[in-house]
Design a binder for this molecule. Structure first.
Ligand code: CDP
Ligand code: CDP
Length: 225
């Protein structure tokens, strides 16, 4: 197992983490782990069950009896919550508005990190989130911190919604992103933070292909030395 590779991709909402992480994982034949989808899934279950998202103990108990699986399909990844496909539903605005509250609880994070680390012990992984390089796989050989201006990140999410035929309000998206960035960066338990040894990429003016290529160049460089 000594040869397993770990690539950590962190950064704020809409920086392009999941799009880029998934492509890099596909190209390298590594397992992609969308840790945000895991926090979103338990948030959805809490909301459905009327569990108060400020109550750490209740959330922790709920998580203990919850199965979350990330399953690879030929051209996408689906998210299963207790075997139900919730891939779309976890992206709803109600989940997005509540997820940072759920993710701030230390005991929720401990359980999530345990599950994430289990996968990285058995497979080469590309994992994206907020605390991957700092807490989940601090021993990752490659750590990337993706950033982009808040206007660009809001625009990306807005266009994504419009492409899906959904109603979308650019100003509201920008406000929601700013609030989530603040909550994620200022929480006590493993906040959103660039690891000291992470490479920062500002993707504001970069295409997805350019970001993927930059990361692959970093991987090739690592493998050469
Ligand atoms: O895709 P987007 O950037 O909107 O968010 P996400 O990656 O799906 O993550 C949703 C939320 O989960 C974040 O805003 C964080 O509150 C939380 N999260 C976290 O705390 N730690 C992680 N490793 C991943 C996500
Ligand atoms: O996971 P995260 O919240 O960091 O971002 P994402 O969901 O991967 O990307 C948000 C949106 O921005 C997606 O629709 C991507 O296609 C788009 N994107 C882009 O236009 N240019 C990039 N360099 C990266 C992502």
């Amino acid at each position: 197992m000594g040869n397993l590779m770990k690539i950590a991709i962190d950064g704020p909402a809409g920086a392009g983490k999941s799009t880029v992480a998934k492509r890099v994982a596909d190209l390298l034949s590594y397992v992609y782990i969308d840790t945000g989808a895991m926090y979103r899934s338990i948030t959805l279950k809490a909301l459905r069950n009327g569990v108060d998202v400020t109550q750490e103990d209740e959330l922790q108990s709920l998580l203990q009896m919850t199965k979350i699986d990330l399953e690879k399909k030929s051209d996408c990844q689906i998210v299963l919550l207790d075997d139900e496909d919730v891939t779309e539903e976890i992206r709803s605005s109600i989940v997005t508005r509540n997820v940072s509250e759920v993710a701030k609880h230390v005991n929720v994070r401990k359980e999530m990190v345990k599950r994430q680390q289990e996968v990285s012990r058995e497979h080469s992984v590309v994992m994206d989130g907020r605390d991957i390089g700092t807490h989940v796989i601090p021993d990752a050989q490659i750590k990337i911190f993706l950033i982009a201006s808040v206007d660009e990140r809001a625009k990306r999410r807005h266009e994504e919604n419009l492409n899906k035929g959904m109603a979308s309000d650019l100003e509201q998206i920008k406000k929601d992103i700013e609030l989530r960035d603040l909550l994620d960066s200022e929480r006590e338990a493993s906040p959103l933070k660039k690891a000291d040894d992470a490479i920062e990429l500002d993707t504001t003016t970069m295409s997805i292909e350019e970001v993927v290529e930059s990361i692959l160049t970093i991987v090739r460089e690592y493998e050469r030395v």
